[in-house]
Design a protein around this ligand. Sequence first.
Ligand code: C2O
Ligand code: CU
Ligand code: CU
Length: 458
Amino acid sequence: MKRREFLLGSGAAAGALGLGGFALASGPQELAIQPASFSLREQVTEGMVSLSPDAPPPVLYGKQGEVMRLPVRNTLPDYTAMHWHGLRIANQMDGVPYLTQIPMGEGETFHYEFTPPDAGTYWYHPHCMTMEQMAHGLTGVMVITEAEDPGFNSEQVINLRDFRLDDAGAFLPAYTPRGAARAGTFGNVHTANWMQAPAYDHAAGSLVRLRVVNTDTTRIYKLHLDGAGARIIAWDGHPVEIDVPMPSANDPLLVGPGQRVDFAVRMPESESQTINLMAKLPGQPMRAMARLRALGASVARDLRELSPLVANPVAKPNLDNAQLHEFVFGWTPEGGEPNNGFCGSLGYNFWSINRTPWPGDAAQDVGPLATLEMDKSYVLRLRNESPNLHPIHLHGLAFIPIKSNLRTLPPLMTDTMLLLKDEVVEIALVADNPGDWAFHCHVIEHQKTGLTGFIRVV
Ligand code: C2O
Ligand code: CU
Ligand code: CU
């Protein structure tokens, strides 16, 4: 990583430029899903999927409450559809094949257009040929900036994910049936923004907004920051309104696939001191996934100078009259193969919701797991009866965890709830976005082998 590859101190969008950040002010820019090649290690890896021929999917910037127009063109021979993870937008823009749109064939363009109601850190990925396209690179970060500038000097987006490569840098199969039936199949090249342990320069003593996103298909990261004056300011996009203890080496933060954490970081005083984003991967020593490196003379900012982030306009559920719905996530005794139409099948059913494996995206006459009435409050009881962890994701709505049988859960707004082994978590929400909302595990192998369904809001 070259020094000064990233601009310093020029406001919120600066950190994105090195990733090819798109200026939305210049009007709609077509996003063309296309083959790419990139040096993930020493050798160039071919057969990647991105939005340009030789770079990771860019950070897409939008503004809270302002319309975004994102024409997505598919140049691949395979079908696809793009999903905007965590955005509470209109159902027909949600990018879920057969549920909200027809998948896009080769040469087709879908004009996504939506107005994000919430600021924060979100991301995008395909929801058709999901395993193949995500495993080959198509996972990008989306930043929705606040109406009011919270006062950082700069920001840094870190897109964490693995790739599964052989020694020659070629892709290994994205999954194994053995993995899919258990915790998932793990990658062996661990990247941040498609690089191994990149270092990013930010002015010494400055305030950096560090946005960490887990876009991996499988891995649950155990993260902490090393050498930092920092605090957690947002979780899964939404501002944190309580004091969340900073994770440490002994007490790391679990960030499941699909989840995001934003830190306010105060850079060290002296030139070239670093703050490291550390991860503990199974069977390996603690490693730095990415580094922030202090540059120049200290600009002497203080974390207390930041204005607190303004809460997103998410309705607060009323627990007194909330109706309860129960969901059980577990294995399925049935074999069979889901019918995903043009969207690819892994060829197995291993998992189920309420003991029924998802019959497939393209299966006919599949009903919702639950039907919720518009603007009413609900409690969803999520029971993991398997020994594996499941990041359970609901599209189109934000929710708050209210209790767990295993731990004290801070009431942090989210769209993805990581269920631990044998955990039962209750979440609460107001059903205020109409439509059919996908509800699935974000370990893509689980999602694509049965652990999927949808919830209807009418
Ligand atoms: Cu991030 Cu249905 O997905
Ligand atoms: Cu989503
Ligand atoms: Cu799962």
